[in-house]
Design a protein around this ligand. Structure first.
Ligand SMILES: NC(=O)c1ccc[n+]([C@@H]2O[C@H](COP(=O)([O-])OP(=O)(O)OC[C@H]3O[C@@H](n4cnc5c(N)ncnc54)[C@H](O)[C@@H]3O)[C@@H](O)[C@H]2O)c1
Length: 341
């Protein structure tokens, strides 16, 4: 597909995944705009190495998408809308803010969809999450890692209001697709990580949190929340962006397509790899008084392979090393030479 001159809006474009998508599309010649209130996103993510991927004065709209009027303005004259903006954060934030998170995400998603339909946006992409899968199955590891297929999100029983809000976002966008109001692309991501991640203690997810602790060690203890036995299917951000580009090119109106590897990695393994990459002599402490969430999950990504020619390409070791280097530069910490495996 020729992206040259396409008018693309990326909501949440200053965030982790969105900022990499913006850079990819701008490099392909698209005319990319961003709508983001910078709640967790950062302007600097749109200018990696100090070089802006887009004209930040005219193409970055710092707006709150819980405001319907803002959604109306940013969705005018778009060929493609990637709607990635939502409240996303670590387990502590999610479980401590169940009502406000659900309320905010439902409003953002409904406002954006309604505005896109009203402004006749031809192509709309929504991104769901593996957190929407039923919690009972994610807790049942009697037969090994639960390998989810797309349709297994129902009967619905997500663990948190975050998972519920994102499932409602998928469902809402599916209704627009079914009624032919627009072409809709639906991706459901497992745990995405990479550079441009949020590292703050209040809002960070597990990998950025462990990277921060390793970089600051021993000023900050290297505490891992839970037993470390909980497992997730991690997706490096460039693999996530591959899927986002491919869904517009080949995966519109095909229902939900799940994006994630067909194996999981324990948080203990992640912690040990982070310590290895850091090259530091770090003592890992498992804090079992802290929540650890669902036990295990991974993706049967046959649909992504078939429709999008998608497969995970970046290994955990490569991805963690690249993310560690980025985090180290952000925190201004000198890196020790990482030990080789
Ligand atoms: N990171 C993951 O592991 C993961 C997994 C599955 C799905 N997703 C989904 O992918 C999308 C992007 O996630 P991410 O990891 O890049 O998170 P992120 O937090 O880095 O990006 C989300 C962006 O939305 C913005 N935002 C939040 N509230 C807003 C509001 N009211 N108005 C305008 N902007 C607002 C934030 O400032 C942020 O830049 C989200 O929809 C998320 O649910 C992420």
């Amino acid at each position: 597909m020729d992206w040259n001159g396409k008018r693309v809006l990326v909501t949440g474009g200053a965030g982790q995944i969105g900022s990499h998508l913006v850079a990819r599309l701008a490099a392909a010649g698209a005319d990319v705009s961003v709508a983001d209130n910078l709640w967790r996103g950062h302007r600097e993510n749109l200018a990696p190495g100090g070089v802006p991927a887009i004209d930040l004065d005219s193409r970055l709209h710092v707006v709150d998408l819980t405001d319907p009027a803002a959604c109306d303005i940013v969705t005018r004259d778009c060929d493609v809308v990637y709607h990635l903006a939502d409240v996303v954060a670590g387990i502590n934030y999610v479980f401590g803010n169940q009502f406000s998170l659900f309320n905010t995400n439902l409003r953002i998603d409904a406002n954006m969809l309604q505005a896109a339909v009203a402004n006749r946006v031809p192509q709309y992409v929504y991104v769901g999450t593996a957190c929407s899968y039923p919690t009972d199955r994610q807790m049942d590891v009697s037969e090994g890692t639960p390998l989810f297929r797309e349709e297994e999100a129902y009967p619905a029983q997500p663990e948190s209001s975050y998972g519920w809000s994102k499932l409602m976002g998928e469902y809402h966008a599916e209704l627009a697709m079914n009624e032919g109001l627009m072409e809709v692309g639906l991706l459901r991501f497992h745990n995405v990580y990479g550079p441009h991640c949020e590292m703050s203690p209040a809002k960070s997810q597990v990998i950025p949190s462990l990277l921060r602790k390793a970089l600051r060690y021993p000023l900050e203890p290297f505490d891992v929340w839970g037993s470390g036995r909980q497992r997730r299917a991690f997706v490096y951000v460039s693999d996530a962006v591959d899927a986002l580009v491919a869904v517009v090119e080949r995966g519109m109106n095909r229902g939900v397509i799940q994006i994630g590897p067909d194996y999981s990695t324990s948080i203990r393994e992640i912690a040990e790899e982070v310590v290895r990459v850091s090259g530091k002599n770090i003592r890992i402490h498992f804090d079992t008084s802290r929540p650890e969430g669902d036990l295990d999950r991974a993706a049967d990504y046959a649909k992504a392979r078939e429709l999008l020619d998608w497969a995970p390409r970046v290994s955990i070791a490569q991805g963690l090393a690249q993310t560690y280097a980025w985090c180290a530069a952000q925190l201004g910490e000198p890196q020790k030479q990482a030990r080789r495996a």
